[in-house]
Write a protein that binds this ligand. Structure first.
Ligand code: ATP
Length: 586
């Protein structure tokens, strides 16, 4: 398949903000793609070469790409920089200059070849890698047509940004290969079990739905985590759970999924499905020593503990372990423990279809309990009073609250889903809307006065999984320290700036700058209100009004562990709003 055909579709996708039309264009492209290159096309369309967990990133630094482009165009870096200042996009610059010069592609490029050459570029490492990368991009741009060059440069610099979300691709795959929406659950399950869209696409194209339905977890491939709903009182929880549940401490640390492969290798994945194995050498060590099955996949929370006593320490302590240097020192100063709470696979058996009590029983046998690797504290409760007592004990022991788990035979592991089989109850819920929400930064307004030159406030959005868009819910200007305003926010947000609204963002309010929805921050508000300015749950509670958060305040916590799709959803906000109404005197 020719790359020129692919970029023609990209150009059309880029010029539409209609999600329906984007889906149709993608469907037409995918339908034309031969199965053997489909996986690679799927990664390329998302600006990647591999699923995220593999950790091979494009992202060639812009100054190096600029040098490569200048060389390919036979222009000076200064000239290219000037043009770049006008376009704001090195890809567009490359295209413009090539056109002006009447440049033609040297020969047709195939998708396979483009992929292979970008892969070489991404993987070159070690001494001389910079020069090599520049040279590889120079050659590629030189071989390409102006339009191809635009997308090649963007891809190589990690800025393709077509706004094609995973969920959109799943829909499109269902449409093209499986007769439409009714196939979606099987395709989505395969994606949740493998976290790899390219693999799902290939398996579907080559083996049909049957092949996908037969997919099993495989150590080394992260499974998308099962998530919890929330409720504000033990009695509501007990009602939802049908009178009994397993209540567990909700540990406040970092969720991890640990994989041991049959060859003994251990890998640790974050909640965002990134490989964070190198961050916890001490956890690796205890898994090696104290996990019994040869191969396994289990989940737990890494928590900071008091040296000596093993008591739980607050989440902030764990952040000291995020450093890149003097790691050994940090390991000693800030010891951690891994508290295991679920088991998904062990020695060739897929436990995801088994009910939770069975999984927990297998987990407890799989782990030789030690201070550094242990089981989550659990009690099976049968009344709201016992649950309340267990909750108070959890909080007194330094936990954030409890996670209640359904113990019926239907309580399978639902990868990637936030359902009512797990319900969290946190200490914050005990007061008004003191519960925090995790929102996505989609825009910003410039600061004035003392805030001049920095962000005045951020436009924040909740996720709407039905429509797969981010709907604005509030403008948040408080809670940011000078360090946030001057360093932490610009570092995260500047690379995501856009001259226009991102197609997956829905907002009536027009900020000074828009961002690619990517950064998630934790926010606390006074209450949830209705507002004509915001678009979350628009019209659901009052015609013309959406949900908004009053007096929002940044808690200081960047949720770098969450992808934008993991942010608080519109439905959750609606649920919180309903609950709030019930608490108010009528
Ligand atoms: P939060 O910000 O409340 O941690 P979240 O969106 O990260 O929420 P949820 O699925 O809503 O995740 O809540 C469950 C989270 O609680 C898990 O992701 C995990 O990190 C953490 N956790 C701590 N202890 C447990 C436990 N015993 N069982 C399950 N999850 C636990």
């Amino acid at each position: 398949m020719r790359y020129s055909e692919v970029v023609k579709a990209y150009a059309e996708i880029e010029h539409t903000t209609s999600r329906q039309r984007i889906g149709d264009l993608l469907a037409a492209l995918i339908a034309r793609t031969p199965p053997e290159v489909l996986g690679r096309l799927v990664y390329l369309t998302q600006g990647k070469l591999y699923p995220d967990f593999v950790g091979v990133e494009m992202g060639l630094a812009e100054r190096l790409a600029l040098r490569a482009v200048a060389r390919a165009l036979d222009a000076s870096e200064e000239q290219v920089r000037k043009n770049l200042a006008a376009t704001g996009d090195l890809g567009a610059t490359a295209e413009q200059v090539l056109r002006r010069k009447g440049h033609r592609a040297r020969r047709p490029l195939s998708v396979g070849e483009v992929y292979e050459r970008l892969d070489r570029l991404a993987r070159s490492a070690g001494p001389g890698a910079q020069g090599q990368k520049i040279e590889l991009l120079r050659e590629l741009v030189g071989d390409a047509s102006p339009e191809e060059a635009r997308y090649l440069v963007r891809t190589a610099t990690g800025k393709l940004r077509l706004g094609v979300a995973d969920m959109t691709l799943l829909d499109v795959l269902a449409m093209v290969y499986a007769g439409g929406k009714q196939a979606r659950p099987v395709i989505e399950r395969a994606y949740n079990l493998t976290s790899d869209l390219g693999l799902v696409a290939t398996e579907l194209a080559e083996g049909g739905l049957e092949r996908l339905a037969a997919l099993k977890p495989q150590p080394g491939r992260p499974i998308r985590p099962m998530l919890a709903q929330r409720l504000g009182s033990p009695s509501e929880i007990m009602q939802r759970m049908g009178g009994a549940c397993a209540a567990e401490y909700k540990y406040d640390g970092e969720r991890v999924q640990v994989h041991r492969l049959a060859d003994g290798q251990v890998a640790i994945f974050s909640r965002r499905i990134e490989d964070i194995t190198h961050q916890y050498p001490d956890v690796l060590e205890s898994v090696r020593k104290h996990l019994r099955p040869r191969s396994a996949i289990f989940e737990g929370e890494v928590v900071a503990v008091e040296p000596g006593t093993g008591e739980l320490r607050p989440f902030q302590e764990l952040m000291h372990r995020k450093r890149k240097h003097r790691v050994q020192e940090a390991i000693e100063a800030y010891p951690v423990a891994l508290v295991a709470f679920d088991l998904l696979y062990a020695d060739s058996v897929d436990y995801t279809p088994h009910p939770y009590p069975k999984r927990r029983a297998v987990l407890s046998k799989a782990i030789e309990s030690t201070p550094s690797l242990c089981l989550a504290t659990q009690e099976v409760v049968r009344s709201a009073e016992t649950l309340e007592r267990f909750f108070l004990k959890a909080v007194a022991d330094g936990a954030e609250g409890v996670v209640c788990k359904n113990v019926s035979e239907h309580a399978t592991y639902r990868a990637g889903a936030r359902e009512w089989l797990w319900i969290k109850y946190k200490r914050e819920y005990v007061s008004a809307m003191a519960d925090t929400v995790d929102l996505v930064v989609v825009g910003a307004l410039h600061g004035r006065g003392r805030r001049g030159g920095t962000f005045g406030s951020l436009l924040l959005a909740a996720y709407d999984p039905e429509a797969d868009v981010f709907r604005a819910v509030t403008k948040c200007g408080s809670g940011f320290s000078d360090q946030d305003l001057q360093q932490d926010l610009p570092r995260r947000l500047e690379p995501l700036e856009l001259p226009h609204r991102h197609p997956r963002v829905d907002s009536r309010l027009v900020p000074d700058v828009w961002f690619v929805p990517e950064v998630v921050i934790e926010v606390i508000g006074a209450e949830i209100t209705l507002s004509p300015t915001h678009t979350a749950a628009l019209g659901q509670f009052r015609p013309g009004s959406g949900l908004a958060i009053r007096f929002p305040r940044f808690t200081g916590r960047y949720r770098d562990d969450k992808r934008p799709e993991d942010a608080t959803t519109v439905a959750e906000l609606a649920e919180m709003y309903r609950r709030q109404l019930r608490q108010l005197p009528q």
